[in-house]
Design a protein around this ligand. Structure first.
Ligand code: 5GP
Ligand code: ZN
Length: 115
């Protein structure tokens, strides 16, 4: 737990947030400023600042986050039409919160390349 990290506070329950999923090591909740009809953030409870900083020991955790994102996509009824998973990493990608989070976006047609 990092003292000034908003996502550590959400994961620990210090900031009350409705969880769509919770396990020993992961929580998922809706983005405050949704960019699509479904916009869910999946975070590890462990504080990792950037996806570029994951270690070998985090492999299973990251795999599990993707697995849970697929599960939530099914619950949101976007499996068939499709969805996007995004990790923003660093300045050029526009990362704002330095505790890794997987964006799950869906429910509308998206464009490529992204902005
Ligand atoms: P980033 O740009 O770092 O990949 O994305 C950070 C995301 O976190 C943004 O989409 C932003 O709307 C979301 N966010 C920031 N603070 C909070 C918060 O306190 N609660 C929730 N639910 N989402 C947040
Ligand atoms: Zn954190």
């Amino acid at each position: 737990m990092e003292k000034d990290c908003i996502f550590c506070k959400i994961a620990s329950g210090e900031i009350g947030t409705e969880f769509l999923y919770e396990s020993d090591d992961i929580v998922a909740f809706r983005d405050l400023n949704p960019q699509a009809p479904t916009h869910i953030l999946l975070i590890p409870k462990k504080h990792i600042p950037k996806i570029s900083e994951i270690k070998k020991e985090d492999e299973a955790l990251i795999g599990k986050m993707i697995d849970v994102a697929n599960l939530l996509a099914a619950k949101e009824n976007i499996l068939e039409n499709g969805y996007r998973m995004v990790f923003n990493c660093g300045k050029d990608a526009g990362q704002e919160v330095f505790h890794i989070h997987l964006h799950l976006l869906g429910g509308r047609k998206m464009i490529w390349p992204p902005g």
